[in-house]
Design a protein around this ligand. Sequence first.
Ligand code: AMP
Ligand code: MN
Ligand code: MN
Ligand code: MN
Length: 305
Amino acid sequence: MRYTSTMPALGYDLHSHSTASDGSLSPAALMAYAAQRDVHTLALTDHDTTAGLAEAALAARAHGLRLVPGVELSVTWQRQTVHIVGLHIDPGAPTLCSGLERLQAYRRWRGEEIARRLDKHGVPGALEGAQRLAGGPVVGRTHFARFLVEQGHAETVQAVFKRFLVQGKPGHVAGDWATLEEAVSWIRAAGGQAVVAHPARYRLTATRLRRLLGEFRELGGVGLEVVSGSHSEDDVRHMAVVAERAGLLGSRGSDFHGPENPYVEIGRLRALPASCRPIWADWTPPPYPFDSGQAAANVEGLQPV
Ligand code: AMP
Ligand code: MN
Ligand code: MN
Ligand code: MN
């Protein structure tokens, strides 16, 4: 779908992954894939890295797709892992870059620790296996899961998570990621908008969710991912109310990781409920940074962290 300024709201997908983190399509292939579907504006939001954005910007331009430069930051809030998406970030912003370096260093240590634990549990070679499947600096649990499937320890990635990688299981390592305050400040320092990703997934009590969103807003966070690939219709309705009460804008993102997951398709999402103010309401239509060849060239010249 070629982008024009009168495009419908359904064409916004503001959460996706490429091979720069745990997605299965390269940034360029992801842009081509999205452009052939119902998407006109796509945010690439890889876990703790902006390394895919330069390639994505060039491909998006070639396909007439509007790319929102993004990132998904791993956060530990009250001993719970929470994901904060940054939209319209400048990937060259120094504060964001140093924050991402720290998260990636923690990720490397955590990968070694996961592998040590799996080794004790009779699964050798997991670090090398996960690194091979990641093919880049961001090694995540998804890569460990794919390795364990490859080695025949389980049938599916989901089954590996359940049996090995979640709390109480042999390969689980409690997170020690960025604080909420750090994550929001890095995104803001990079000129971006911070959004709480897939809020229903955390299974927080109403009180804890209210506390999280209250702190988030206080810190300068602006959005809640009301519509997510992992939200049910009830979740969407509920989160629309939560967003309105918390004074947050509504976002919409599939959390697409690749075509091999039949449940989450890029752009194929419920509409944002009418009670939500869309996060894109105030975005300027073109001219847009990535619509000009010069901007794409600038991004290409950045050193990915
Ligand atoms: P990490 O940031 O390395 O801890 O990995 C988190 C990622 O693992 C998420 O973004 C998902 O892509 C994936 N993931 C988490 N939980 C599950 C699950 N139960 N089944 C399949 N994938 C999962
Ligand atoms: Mn992921
Ligand atoms: Mn996430
Ligand atoms: Mn995600």
